[in-house]
Unconditional design. Structure first.
Length: 464
């Protein structure tokens, strides 16, 4: 018998069978609990890969968690920093706002206290106006451009007039413009209806106004500064109204004379000349009273302005416009006040300008006069039948500060102090009915009346 066919010895009990058993459990690669001894090499490799992949997943999860925590911590830190910065910013803004509110409140309280103080000193109808330096520079330039394009004096009715940037003043009482930072007084206006005056003051005002109205009838109108104003084509701009002057001015090449006094002009007829001379002598005899009234008015309205003006006159030995006799027995006659008085009427208007004055103090009166016939003398109406409302327009505009003294809505006598040398100003166009006119006046220290001339060596000349 072939050895292969020989009968094999019996299998010991419990020995593993060597025959293939299809029901034998087979470990899967993912079965990590499987006995490695029963795994094939491929299964073992798969098992290692699975374990490595599991470790990688665990490490990945750990790293993600760590990165998430780091990002969260960084974000939390940045958020905390932002919150702290925001709190500081909010606190600073709140502090700034509190400071501003406190400052505004303090400024408002100070302004109210100043107003109350001035009302207690001057009167309850005192009004204050705050101004900022150079806040109306563009306003002035706009007006100048309008004058050039319009080719004439301006009116508030002009379609491009900056009404919204203009403050109109017309109520009875005292109005004071103050530079907000320095508290410098820039302008003042006092508006007093005739019926609101006490009888003594009203009589003094009436006498002064009558003297000046008569004075204008003793002279021919003089040319005013607008004759030098030209348009963009260098053509002279039109002049409006009439201007008269009293006082001393430098001569224009007159031999043997330094300065002369404005005097009566030669009339076209002997009768007119005599009439002018009579009115001239009568009115000039009252000029000392006129100067006294204007001095009192300026001193009561703006005491510092009066002090500046009179001290300048005294230092420079200048003659007053009311001082017809410079020397008496060889000695200077002392009458320290403005050397020039200007009077305008007949719808006088001019162009935006600054005055050629020696000092920045100008003071004037405005009122309305009427006459029954063209040859009658000008008169005042105290019952309101002829007042500023009869004349349309003609506001005195202190353009440097956007302030318009609105005569057409005012009553009685209007007094104004302004810094004519420093601040641009203008008289706007007006329209008067026949035989009614608004008079405007001003007293100033004109540069032409100062020059390098001392009153002690002036040669007094009076011509008729």
């Amino acid at each position: 018998m072939h050895p292969r066919n020989a009968k094999l010895p019996a299998k010991p009990m419990g020995a593993p069978s060597k025959t293939h058993n299809n029901n034998r459990p087979v470990a899967t690669p993912s079965d990590t609990s499987a006995d490695p001894e029963i795994l094939s090499r491929g299964q073992k490799r798969q098992l290692r890969r699975d374990r490595l992949r599991a470790r990688l997943e665990i490490e990945k999860t750990r790293l993600i968690a760590e990165e998430t925590n780091r990002i969260y911590e960084d974000a939390a830190k940045k958020w905390a920093d932002l919150e702290a910065e925001l709190r500081i910013c909010i606190r600073n803004e709140m502090l700034d706002e509190v400071d501003m509110l406190y400052a505004d409140n303090l400024k408002d309280r100070a302004w109210k206290m100043l107003t109350k103080f001035l009302q207690n000193m001057i009167g309850p109808d005192t009004h204050l106006y705050a101004h900022h330096k150079d806040s109306h520079h563009n306003y002035v330039e706009q007006l100048k451009i309008l004058e050039q394009t319009h080719g004439d004096t301006l009116s508030i009715d002009h379609p491009d007039f900056p009404l919204s940037d203009t403050t109109f003043v017309y109520a009875p009482g005292t109005h004071i413009g103050i530079e907000e930072e320095t508290l410098e007084i820039l302008w003042e206006a006092r508006i007093t209806p005739w019926q609101a005056m006490n009888s003594h003051r009203r009589d003094c005002y009436i006498k002064t106004c009558n003297t000046l109205m008569e004075y204008t009838q003793s002279q021919n109108s003089k040319k005013h500064g607008t004759e030098k104003e030209t348009n963009k084509d260098n053509q002279p701009l039109p002049r409006h109204g009439k201007m008269y002057a009293a006082g001393w001015h430098q001569t224009r090449g007159e031999k043997g004379k330094d300065i002369v006094y404005y005097t009566v002009q030669k009339g076209s007829t002997v009768t007119k000349l005599l009439d002018q001379k009579e009115k001239y002598e009568r009115s000039t005899n009252n000029l000392a009273d006129v100067a006294a009234e204007y001095a009192q008015g300026l001193q009561s309205l703006f005491p510092l302005g009066y002090k500046i003006l009179t001290e300048f006159v005294q230092r420079n030995d200048l003659p007053s416009f009311a001082q017809l006799d410079l020397l008496h027995k060889g000695e200077l006659v002392a009458m320290p006040f403005a050397n020039s008085l200007t009077i305008t009427h007949s719808d006088f208007s001019n162009y935006v300008h600054c005055d050629r004055d020696a000092i920045a103090v100008a003071y004037g009166w405005w009122w309305v006069g009427y006459r029954g016939h063209s040859k009658d003398s000008w008169k005042l109406s105290l019952d309101g039948s002829f007042d500023h409302n009869q004349v349309t327009g003609g506001s005195f505009l202190i353009a440097q500060h956007g302030i318009a003294i609105d005569f057409a809505r005012a009553e009685g006598l209007v007094e104004i102090y302004w810094r004519g040398k420093n601040d641009h100003h203008v008289t706007l166009a007006s329209n008067s009915p026949e035989n009614v006119t608004r008079f405007g006046t001003s007293v100033q220290i004109t540069q032409s009346g100062v020059g390098e001339t001392s009153a002690k060596v002036l040669k007094y000349v009076m011509e008729f």
